[in-house]
Design a protein around this ligand. Structure first.
Ligand code: ADP
Ligand code: MG
Length: 396
C-alpha cells in the first residue's frame, strides 16, 4: 500500500491556500539552558513547512518534547523551539500554550494564510500516548488537512500520529517522512550484499532487531557494547565491559539464526581496552579483554574487517557507534567504519541519535547516502515491522 504525499496535496486544484493544515513533526530536540542545543530535527522539518507556507496554508504545527509523563512541565515546553524555528524560517512563529481546547482554538483562529503556529507539547496530555480518540478528535478539530512528517515517532501509535487520521478529511505524508521511507525501503529490499553494522549501548533494545535482521542480512557486523554480550554468550572473556548477562540467550539465538540462514555474523576479534572511561585514560589493544579492563572500542583488525565488508557491500545500514566515540581515544573504530561507509559506493543509511552525532563529528555526514532522523523508527522499519504512523496514512 502507498500513502498520499505533500505533492498530492499541493497538486489538488483547491491547493492549501486558506486551509488549516495540521502538521505533526518531530521537534523533540535536546534543550540546554532553555535553548535547543541541537536543532537538527527542527531543520529537518523546514522543507515541508516552507512548501505549505508558500502555498498559503495556515499551518498548525505539533510535536512532543521529552517525557513529561502526562502533565505540564515548564522545562519541557516547546516555546524555545518556536523561537528557534522562527529564526530558521525567517518569519514569526505563533505559540499556543496548550495543544487542545480554547487556547489552541483561539490561536488557530488568528492565523492568516501563510502563517504558522506551534502548539504546546502534545505529551502534556496523557491522552496523547494512549491514542485516546476524544483527544485525537480535539486535535483534528484544529485543522482541515493532516500532514504527518514525524518520522522519528512513526513507530508509535499515538493520538497525533495515528488516531487523528480517523477525524480529518485528508491525511498525507510530509516530505521528511516520505524521504525516510524511500531510503529505508532500499534496506528492506536491498541490492545485495546487504551489510548491517550494529553497535551502541542499548543492547536489550537492539537484540530483537538483530534477531529479525540476521536471516536477511548478508553480513551482520556487531560492535559497541553490544558485542560483549555476544562474546559472553560464547563463553569468551569480557573483563569489566558493559554486558547484559540475562541477554546472553538472546545473543545465542541471533548467532543460531544467522548460522541457520547461512549468513555471516562478524564479532570483534580485537579490542581497545581501558581501565577508566575518561579522556587521557591509558589504552591497550588486545585479543581478549582481561579482568579489570573494559572494552571501549573495536580494535584495528576488527575495524579493517568491517571496512572491507563495507567496500564489498551494495547496501549498508548502520546503527550504533562501534565504541565510546565521545572520548577521542576510543573513537578510532567508529571513525574507520564511518570512513569506509562514506567511501563505499553502496547505498548507505545511518540511523540513531548517537550514530549521527558520530558521523557529523567526523564531518562525514554529507558523504553518507541518507542520515535517518529516527533511530527507533528506522530500526523497526528495516526489520519489516509496520509503522503505525504510516499504516494510518495508508488506510486514510
Ligand atoms: P544510537 O543513539 O546511535 O542508537 P546507542 O544509543 O545505542 O546508539 O548507543 C550509543 C552509545 O553507546 C554511545 O554513547 C557510546 O558511548 C556507547 N558505547 C559504544 N560502545 C560502547 C562500549 N564498548 N561500552 C560502553 N558504551 C559504549
Ligand atoms: Mg542513543
Amino acid at each position: 500500500m502507498s500513502v498520499a504525499t505533500l505533492d498530492d496535496l499541493l497538486g489538488e486544484p483547491s491547493g492549501v491556500r486558506g486551509r488549516r493544515v495540521f502538521v505533526r513533526a518531530d521537534l523533540n530536540v535536546p534543550l540546554r539552558d532553555g535553548r535547543p542545543s541541537d536543532d537538527t530535527r527542527i531543520r529537518a522539518a523546514l522543507g515541508t513547512l516552507r512548501r505549505l507556507l508558500a502555498g498559503g496554508a495556515r499551518v498548525v504545527l505539533a510535536s512532543h518534547l521529552g517525557r513529561p509523563k502526562g502533565g505540564a512541565k515548564p522545562e519541557l515546553s516547546l516555546r524555545p523551539v518556536a523561537a528557534r524555528l522562527a529564526e530558521l524560517l525567517g518569519r514569526p512563529v505563533a505559540f499556543a500554550p496548550d495543544c487542545i481546547g480554547p487556547a489552541a482554538e483561539a490561536a488557530v483562529a488568528k492565523l492568516a494564510d501563510g502563517e504558522v503556529l506551534l502548539l504546546e507539547n502534545l505529551r502534556f496530555h496523557e491522552e496523547e500516548e494512549k491514542n485516546d480518540p476524544a483527544f485525537a478528535r480535539q486535535l483534528a478539530a484544529l485543522a482541515d488537512v493532516y500532514v504527518n512528517d514525524a518520522f522519528g515517532t512513526a513507530h508509535r501509535a499515538h493520538a497525533s500520529t495515528a488516531g487523528i487520521v480517523a477525524f480529518v478529511r485528508s491525511a498525507v505524508a510530509g516530505d521528511l517522512l516520505r524521504e525516510e521511507l524511500d531510503h529505508l525501503r532500499v534496506v528492506r529490499g536491498p541490492e545485495r550484499p546487504l551489510l548491517c553494522l550494529l553497535g551502541g549501548a542499548k543492547v536489550s533494545d537492539k537484540l530483537a532487531v538483530l534477531e529479525a535482521l540476521a536471516p536477511h542480512t548478508d553480513v551482520l557486523a556487531v560492535g559497541g557494547a553490544m558485542a560483549y554480550t555476544f562474546l559472553l554468550a560464547q563463553g569468551l572473556p569480557t573483563g569489566d565491559s558493559l554486558v547484559e548477562p540475562d541477554r546472553a540467550p538472546d545473543a545465542r539465538r541471533v548467532l543460531a539464526a544467522a548460522r541457520a540462514a547461512g549468513r555471516e555474523l562478524l564479532l570483534p576479534v580485537d579490542h581497545v581496552i581501558a581501565e577508566k572511561l575518561e579522556a587521557g585514560a591509558a589504552t591497550r589493544v588486545v585479543k581478549e579483554v582481561p579482568p579489570g579492563w573494559r572494552g571501549v572500542d573495536i580494535g584495528p583488525e576488527t575495524a579493517a574487517r568491517y571496512a572491507a565488508a563495507a567496500r564489498q557491500a551494495r547496501t549498508i545500514f548502520w546503527n550504533g557507534p562501534m565504541g565510546i566515540f565521545e572520548i577521542d581515544a576510543f573513537a578510532k573504530g567508529t571513525e574507520a567504519v564511518a570512513q569506509a561507509v562514506a567511501n563505499s559506493s553502496a547505498r548507505s543509511v545511518v540511523g540513531g541519535g548517537d550514530s549521527l552525532a558520530a558521523v557529523n563529528k567526523l564531518g562525514l555526514g554529507a558523504r553518507i547516502g541518507h542520515l535517518s532522523t529516527g533511530g527507533g523508527a528506522s530500526l523497526e522499519y528495516v526489520q519489516g515491522l509496520p509503522l503505525p504512523g504510516v499504516v494510518a496514512l495508508e488506510r486514510a
